[in-house]
Design a binder for this molecule. Structure first.
Ligand code: EPU
Length: 423
């Protein structure tokens, strides 16, 4: 298994380009199941989770062509299987996103139930309840969700908890249902809006995406389209944290500051100077001291849980005591023990991390756990004295495109060490 070797203490400078959003690419790739015409999807990030989604769709019989710039051309007219096996779903929970489209278009789906997860229980009960409200017959047998429906029918769906992929699954299913669907307490994340915009280009009738009530008028079929994935706000936020924590100054291009409000306001509160243009953000921390900031995660437009670990790391090297409360997932704290190994002073009380700011961390051998926890370890390593070795970086490769190349471009001393190949 590959490792990252990071020599800390270099202030990051320069410019780097942000990739397309992972959490938009996954549902938008799944939406290709809703039409038998070709979809052309651009700005798809080159990530492990995208490869897994393409493999899943390929195994179902879809034809998929990916060029060297990660433009993906995908056509589902040759579909021959409606099955998502455990072996893929266990590596990527968002495989559940094929359930809604398969049921809506083909009336049948068999999708492995995602198992446990490193950050919380993450059940999919609300996906299933919503599909049942639309008339699907669903049973769980042998670890699989077995679903069938003649034609889904529009329904009033009230989600008890705001769920991103739940909203996306039901949104996709409703586009081909008979009649009107209203999703109440819908997720408002920019990635949900991106999916809705793509579906609208395919001919779907959707209103209210980006608000907490989405209304969908079902249509009989959808057409192919070309669509460009929106920039990744979490990759943007992670790189901003790297620049801030190393006391650097750098510009991130091909991003979208309009969807970064909650994140940018915390960087400003921490004392960073932020400049933005229509598609770029620059952070300058070259002559200042970072102040620790309190964080409480919440669904969009609140502060994203996917940036919690990164701000926990930032607070470790900032002045003052801070409180970081995780309110979306129960157990998203795998980074704490690893950060402690670098000399950080932090402890967990309930769902709040209490951090005593300390100006210097020291490099240490570390283990990546889940995606964003791993990103926080890379950030801490960039800011630490000495060398850090981060193992199990396949977690990072799920969500960050060539992280070591992009950070090197900003001057970081980071390299990937290939793991031993088993004979
Ligand atoms: N929940 C339920 N029942 C459900 C669905 C969700 O109780 O049927 C609960 C979850 O257990 C959790 C909360 O609702 O406590 C929110 O979970 P949500 O369903 O919104 O999460 P998700 O859709 O599985 C997506 C992102 C995550 C991101 C969360 C929250 C994708 C592919 N994944 O997950 O991204 O953390 O929304 O914003 O869009 C990441 O990129 O690192 C990542 C984990």
């Amino acid at each position: 298994m590959d490792k990252l070797l990071i020599e800390g203490g270099v202030a990051l400078h320069g410019e780097v380009t942000i990739s397309g959003a992972k959490n938009s690419a996954l549902p938008i790739l799944a939406s290709s199941l809703l039409s038998d015409e070709t979809m052309e999807i651009a700005n798809v990030p080159h990530l492990h989770d995208v490869t897994t989604t393409i493999e899943l769709l390929g195994r179902m019989g879809l034809s998929i062509v990916v060029d060297e710039k990660m433009n993906v051309e995908i056509n589902s007219s040759g579909i021959s299987s409606f099955f998502a096996p455990y072996e893929l779903v266990k590596t990527m929970r968002s495989s559940i996103l094929v359930l809604g489209p398969l049921l809506a278009r083909y009336g049948v789906a068999e999708v492995s139930l995602p198992g446990g997860c490193a950050i919380g229980a993450r059940p999919v009960n609300l996906h299933l309840q919503g599909l049942k409200a639309m008339g699907a017959e669903i049973k769980v047998e042998g670890g699989y969700i077995k679903a069938k429906a003649k034609r889904l029918r529009g329904a009033e769906i009230n989600l008890d908890v705001v769920t991103v992929t739940g909203t996306e699954n039901l949104l996709m299913a409703a586009t081909l249902a008979d009649g009107q669907t209203k999703i109440h307490n819908a997720a408002r994340e920019p990635e949900v809006v991106d999916l809705a915009n793509c579906l609208i280009k395919m001919g779907a009738i959707i209103e209210g995406a980006g608000t907490d009530t989405i209304t969908i008028e079902g249509v009989s079929d959808l057409k192919g389209t070309s669509y460009q994935i929106l920039p990744d706000r979490i990759e943007t936020g992670t790189f901003l944290a790297a620049i801030a924590m190393t006391r650097g100054k750098a510009k991130l291009k091909k991003t979208n500051p309009d969807i970064l409000d909650a994140i940018l306001s915390k960087f400003k509160e921490a004392g960073c100077r932020i400049a933005t243009g229509s598609d770029w953000v620059e952070l300058d921390m070259s002559n200042g001291d970072l102040n620790a900031v309190n964080i409480r995660t919440a669904p969009y437009p609140g502060f994203p849980t996917d940036m919690q670990a990164q701000f926990t790391a930032l607070n470790c090297v900032s002045n003052g005591t801070s409180f970081v409360t995780e309110s979306v997932f129960e157990n998203r704290f795998m980074h704490i023990l690893e950060l402690q190994r670098m000399g950080a002073i932090l402890k967990l009380e309930g769902n709040t991390v209490i951090i005593e700011g300390k100006n210097r961390l020291t490099g240490a051998p570390l283990m990546a756990t889940d995606l964003r926890a791993s990103a926080s370890l890379v950030l801490a390593a960039l800011a630490a004295d000495g060398t850090t070795e981060v193992e199990r970086i396949y977690h990072i490769d799920r969500g960050y495109e060539t992280i070591e190349e992009k950070l090197s471009k900003l001057g970081a001393r980071i390299r990937r060490m290939p793991g031993r190949i088993k004979s």
